[in-house]
Structure formats: structure tokens, C-alpha cells
Design a protein around this ligand. Structure first.
Ligand code: PMT
Length: 398
């Protein structure tokens, strides 16, 4: 999570917020505005988050490590706490005049704000209009609370307590049929070793699966994410298990599948692995090299074929005849749902920020989810999963 700290006396509470988020297993990177630094020193946040604190958009040392666009891509959630009236106004106007507002503009991650300001400032029509504009755009406002203020006045404008913010961010949406369900999600690529230093891989970034895992968490599911190698941060509120090869992914899935309610296979699992990986680095002596490949187990098919299978959602990555191939996979693997995407084209699919899905259910119903950011697509797919799962439970008499 990217935590933006703006100026105000409540900035000191952001230190406790960082500590609590870390205690929940959330990786936190902090960005401070210039005004925030007048209230709390960056070192406090560095020590509490365990990561360097970013202050300036033109910081050459930071740009050499993780530049601001990379940081915007890395974030799975941008939380600004405290969010001053000034920051809210700049966010509403779409300004990018410091690092925090630039990141908020460059990131596709959901944005949440915990406003904190004098009660008159909060109630001013300008701030209220900005708050409305931001919420209309999908920004989540956490608070403010009402009460005694540091300035001696009483009214709305107090930042929520750190514990309340953490609870609001991690709390399930109780109405969802997915609330409390155990869901195992696979994501990312697999790597099949050729020798100790080389592998066969694929272009999956993990974004689709991670976004889905995050959306399932927000519905209150208990999510385990089995992930191939990716550069993505662990989404909030779930357990991530990292694996490399298809065989490792299979072992991690099978060790946990027995008590799962739902299985979602978004990983791009290698269909073949090298039969005999070389124990030492292969030398470039011969002009040609032949690799013998053997089939990997199909994890999704194996899960769906269990005597008492979970509700199974597969993916299909196709370069042609997307719907036809997806229907064939749905039937052949006996799945409850399949989400098919066109890969290898000019838009969507692997690596990219956006994707589109054709979702087909066991009863043949089809939904087209058009091209959009993967985070939004994951929300839409999660809604379809929730709806289909509710029907499935009803037919099972659960
Ligand atoms: O990670 P991103 O860059 O965001 O890209 C997203 C994605 C394109 C990887 C994702 O949307 C996607 O399509 N994932 C499935 C990719 C894939 O392997 O598709 P497939 O048609 O080859 O496999 C069909 C299904 O069987 C998939 O659910 C796959 O996870 C599963 N499978 C495949 C082979 C295997 N050995 N074991 C499996 O479980």
C-alpha cells in the first residue's frame, strides 16, 4: 500500500497507522508532502514502514531505485491519511504538482482518503464539492469523525483513529455470498528450469490474478494466493505463497485445496517442463541444442476432478476462437465458470494494465467484460463469481 501523508497535526497518527498496517502484514511505502514534514520527520516513517520514504518527485537517488511511475504501478491501494483540504482540492482538480498527487494521478489502484482538517474547512462548500467530486469518481472517504479538534473547536474534521482506518480497509462487505469463504487463487507465470541459471517462462505479470485476489478479499473471503514469480506487492489481507515451477504450484495448491470453497486459476502455468534440467550451467559448445519437454500436470483439471471439488473458476488464454476454445475448456475440465481472454494481440492479455474477458458459466450463459484496467475488471468478475456461486450454493442445498 502506498500511504500518502499530507500536512496537519493528524500526521502524527499516520505513524501509528503505518505500524498497525505493518502488523496486519501490509507492505507500506510512504510518500510525504512538504507540509507533512513540518509535523513528523521522514525517519519515523522509514523506521516504521521498513522502506525509504519518498518526499520529492525529482529525487535522483530514489528515481534510480523505484521511479515514481514504477511506484504508482506497484501500489495496490493509495491511502492518503491525513488528507488535508489542500490535498483533497488538488486531487479533485487532477493536479500533479508534487509527488503524492502525481502518484495518485498515475496509479490505477483504488484511492482512499482519511480527511483531517478544521471543522469550518471541512464544512466549506468548496471542500464539500471536492469531497463529492472525489466520491463520484470512486474515491473512498474514510471519515472524518466529529469531536474536539486540536485548534480548540468542536465539529466534523477529525481523522479517524488508525485502528478504525485499518478495520475499514480490511473489513469484509458482509452482504457478499463470498464473505467468509475460503478461496485459493493462482496467479503469475511459472518458471521451468533448464539449468541452475536459466528457465522457460511466459509473459504473465500476475496483475490479473493479484487484482482478483484483492477484489475477493474486499468481499470478505479468506484468500490464499499461490503466486509464481512477479514484481507485485502482496495484496492487503491475504496469505501469499510464492512458488516457481508448475510442479511447485501444484504441490502448494494440492496441500491446501481440501478445505477450500472456491478455486480460481488465473496463473499462466507452463504446459511443459524440461525433462532433465542440467545440474550445471549449459555451455555454449554445440551449434544446436535440443530440449526434451514433458507435460506438466494440469492443476485446474486435477482440482475440478476431485471427488468433492470446490467451485472452480478457470481462465483461458487464447490467440484465436476465444469463445469456442473457452467453452471447450469449460466442458473438458468440468468447470463452474471460465474467464477467457484474447492474448498476443495489440490490447489486453498478458503484461498489460488493461484486459477484457469473456465469462462463460456452466449453464452456458455468457458475459462480455470490455477492455478496462485489470483492477476494475477484477471487481466485475468478482461480482459474476459471487452471483454464480450463490446459485451454486442454492442448488447444493447449502
Ligand atoms: O498475469 P497478467 O500479465 O495480468 O496476465 C493475465 C493472464 C493473461 C495470464 C490471465 O488473464 C490468464 O489468462 N491466465 C490463464 C493463462 C493460461 O495458462 O491459460 P490456459 O488457457 O493455458 O490454461 C487454462 C486454465 O488451466 C487456466 O486457468 C490455467 O491456470 C490452468 N492450467 C493450465 C495449465 C496447467 N498445467 N495447469 C493449470 O492449472
Amino acid at each position: 500500500m502506498l500511504l500518502g501523508v499530507s500536512g496537519g497535526i493528524a500526521a502524527y497518527k499516520a505513524a501509528e497507522l503505518t505500524r498497525r498496517l505493518r502488523a496486519e502484514g501490509v507492505e507500506v511505502r510512504v510518500v510525504m508532502t512538504r507540509a507533512a514534514q513540518a509535523f513528523v520527520g521522514p525517519l519515523t516513517f522509514q523506521a516504521l514502514s521498513g522502506n525509504p520514504v519518498r518526499l520529492d518527485i525529482l529525487d535522483p537517488t530514489a528515481e534510480a531505485g523505484m521511479d515514481h511511475i514504477e511506484l504508482a504501478r506497484w501500489a495496490d491501494l493509495v491511502l492518503v491519511a491525513p488528507a488535508s483540504a489542500d490535498v483533497m482540492a488538488r486531487l479533485a482538480a487532477g493536479m500533479a504538482d508534487d509527488l503524492l498527487t502525481t502518484l495518485a494521478l498515475a496509479s490505477q489502484a483504488p484511492l482512499a482518503l482519511a480527511p483531517a482538517m478544521n471543522q469550518r474547512m471541512w464544512q466549506h462548500p468548496a471542500t464539500q464539492a471536492n469531497a463529492r467530486l472525489l466520491t463520484d469518481r470512486g474515491v473512498r472517504l474514510l471519515g472524518p469523525a466529529a469531536g474536539a479538534q486540536a485548534c480548540g473547536e468542536t465539529g466534523p474534521g477529525r481523522m479517524l483513529e488508525p485502528g478504525e482506518i485499518v478495520a475499514a480497509l480490511l473489513e469484509p462487505r458482509p452482504a457478499s455470498p463470498l464473505a467468509g469463504r475460503r478461496i485459493l487463487v493462482t496467479a503469475g507465470p511459472t518458471r521451468e528450469a533448464l539449468d541452475p541459471v536459466r528457465y522457460l517462462g511466459n509473459r504473465s505479470s500476475g496483475r490479473m490474478g493479484y487484482a482478483l485476489a484483492q477484489a475477493l478479499v474486499t468481499r470478505g473471503a479468506q484468500v490464499v494466493l499461490v503466486s509464481g514469480p512477479t514484481a507485485l506487492a502482496v495484496p492487503l489481507g491475504l496469505e501469499r505463497i510464492q512458488v516457481e515451477s508448475a510442479l511447485e504450484m501444484r504441490a502448494a495448491v494440492m496441500a491446501r485445496i481440501a478445505d477450500q470453497d472456491i478455486f480460481v486459476a488465473a496463473a499462466a502455468v507452463a504446459d511443459y517442463r524440461v525433462a532433465d534440467p542440467a545440474p550445471h550451467k549449459i555451455k555454449k559448445g554445440q551449434p544446436e541444442l535440443t530440449l526434451r519437454l514433458v507435460r506438466n500436470p494440469d492443476i485446474l483439471a486435477e482440482v475440478a476432478a476431485r471427488p468433492d471439488p470446490p467451485f472452480t473458476v478457470g481462465f483461458a488464454a487464447e490467440t484465436e476462437r476465444v469463445e469456442e476454445e473457452a467453452r471447450a475448456k469449460l466442458q473438458a475440465k468440468s468447470l463452474d465458470m471460465i474467464a477467457a481472454n484474447q492474448v498476443g494481440g495489440a490490447t489486453g492479455g498478458f503484461e498489460r494494465e488493461d484486459n477484457a474477458l469473456t465469462v462463460i458459466r456452466r449453464d452456458g450463459r455468457l458475459n462480455q467484460l470490455p477492455l478496462m484496467p485489470k483492477a476494475h475488471l477484477a471487481e466485475a468478475l468478482t461480482d459474476l463469481i459471487a452471483e454464480t456461486y450463490a446459485t451454486y450454493l442454492a442448488t447444493q442445498g447449502a
